[in-house]
Design a protein around this ligand. Structure first.
Ligand code: TRP
Ligand code: ZN
Length: 477
């Protein structure tokens, strides 16, 4: 409802002329009485403060400068958003950094900070449906954050630069935003660094320029396809860059952009040479690649404890195995294009990406998926002591969203479906699922409903009850 529409009930009893005057008067002084604050989270069951209510971001334009010597990041975030209701105030997520100025639609706004919430009170209220522009000027030393599971993310300073990783909540360390997977947006990222360093991010490099004094370089990266903030990345440092292309199922060449830390050159280049083969295999199995470029970023080994499926080009700490490369590229379909509605739905990412590894082995002379499944069923606890500790669709807590039940048992759910429906329908489901929610968001209910629709004669009740939602190790059928 727009502001003027919502005024109608309150003035209905007044004479027509009076009500028109009242509307005029209220509009002229900015309304002021209708909007309410947007809310400090989107009620994620695992990360209640992640994201913010009341608006949806459509575009992030980040203009940043970083100096690895003093580890200072400074810049401006210009965020385009659409109000989901009449808003008197709204929050952005930003952890650390100093905020210097906030404006909304070009007018200075009042703001305050409360933990990770940057609370913004625009001078004029925002109407439901209105598209508005928020500008935040900020600077400081961005923080490395520790996840509930003890892993590190956010902004990681490296020997010669930095690496930004954001799953599940690290991206609020380097830019203000709506940091929840349910709100995806396009991005323009402009980053200025000392001459000689490379800047690598998501999407495509559209421009590169040298400052007039030749001491700095500005890189412009553009991500047109919707992207969740947790798979945004920014790698700054000494990298060996290579560009090539693969044919691409869509009929036009797909650019491949890889960046490798010199410390990893030999082993990394060997495995990255398999990207064309993996992309072709993945498009054959999962359907057309959803993005406009691919690649990888291989950072120094000590940069991170884990790889991440950052959009377009995943990040690896050191040269990955082929299976890990397959895993992170499979996430481009499952996670980055079809993105979870909340962190509870993480198994939709990790179950599929793990299943992709099993399929790759099956198709490349390794164990069949059935063998992998059987070995896990019989002895899975030897390698994953927590394999049966909670059901994939209901992680025990925020500290458990990257645990084995989400990955391995999640993949086992997919295999139970394949056993039930056979290969033809299974691949139909896999490709259809990726197509149905392409560039969108989905949750477990969407998935089970989709599977049931694709195989209407099958009864999946036992699979859902025992494998997806059931406690403990399911009985052998
Ligand atoms: N999702 C990543 C992958 O599957 C791994 C990952 C991201 C992770 N954040 C994490 C693992 C935190 C452990 C802890 O490739
Ligand atoms: Zn994964």
């Amino acid at each position: 409802m727009s502001r003027s529409a919502s005024l109608v009930p309150t003035v209905r009893s007044l004479p027509a002329v009076g009500s028109a005057l009242l509307v005029l008067a209220l509009t002229a002084c900015g309304g002021g009485v209708q909007g309410t604050p947007g809310g400090s989270g989107v009620r994620d069951p695992y990360f209640p403060k992640a994201g913010n209510g009341g608006y949806d971001v459509t575009h992030y334009a980040l203009d940043l400068a970083y100096d690895p010597d003093d580890r200072r990041l400074a810049g401006t975030a210009e965020i385009t958003a659409r109000a989901g209701k009449d808003l008197s105030a709204f929050d952005l997520d930003l952890k650390g950094m100093d905020v210097e100025r906030v404006s909304v639609e070009g007018a200075r706004a009042r703001w305050s900070r409360n933990g990770q919430e940057l609370v913004v009170r625009p001078r004029d209220e925002l109407d439901e449906g209105e598209t508005f522009r928020i500008t935040v000027r900020y600077s400081g030393t961005p923080q490395t954050l520790t996840d509930p599971d003890g892993s590190e993310e956010g902004w990681i300073a490296t020997a010669d630069g930095s690496l930004a990783l954001g799953e599940p909540m690290g991206s609020m360390a380097w830019f203000p935003g709506n940091h929840h997977p349910s709100d995806k947006a396009s991005y323009d990222l402009s980053v200025t660094v000392p001459q000689g360093l490379e800047v690598v991010s998501n999407g495509e490099l559209t421009d590169r320029s040298t400052s007039t004094d030749k001491r700095r370089m500005t890189f412009h990266w553009r991500t047109a396809a919707p992207m969740a903030t947790y798979v945004a990345t920014l790698a700054i440092g000494d990298y060996d860059i290579r560009r090539s292309s693969v044919p691409g199922a869509a009929g036009r060449p797909l650019p491949v952009y890889t960046a490798v830390s010199p410390s990893q050159a030999g082993p990394a280049r060997k495995v990255l040479a398999r990207i064309p083969e993996i992309m072709e295999w993945a498009e054959y199995n999962f359907g057309p690649y959803p993005f406009s470029s691919t690649g990888a970023i291989v950072a120094a080994q000590e940069a991170s404890d884990y790889a991440l499926e950052t959009q377009n080009r995943p990040v690896f700490p050191g040269a990955p195995s082929t299976e890990l490369l397959v895993h992170e590229l499979a996430h481009q379909w499952f996670g980055n294009s079809v993105t979870p509605k909340s962190w509870r739905d993480m198994w939709l990412n990790e179950g599929f990406a793990t299943y992709a590894e099993w399929l790759w082995e099956e198709d490349n002379g390794g164990d069949s998926v059935q063998e992998t499944f059987d070995a896990l069923y019989d002895h899975g606890e030897d390698d994953h002591e927590d394999l049966w500790s909670f059901p994939p669709a209901e992680p025990a807590s925020a500290a458990n969203i990257s645990d084995s039940p989400v990955y391995e048992r999640g993949a086992m759910v997919l295999h139970k479906i394949r056993q039930a429906v056979g290969d033809d329908t299974f691949y139909d489901i896999v490709q259809g699922w990726a197509a149905a929610h392409r560039h969108g968001n989905a949750d477990t209910d969407d998935f089970t409903a989709y599977v049931e629709k694709k195989a209407p004669d099958e009864d999946f009740t036992a699979i859902w009850e025992d494998w997806l939602y059931g406690d403990g190790k399911p009985d052998r059928p």
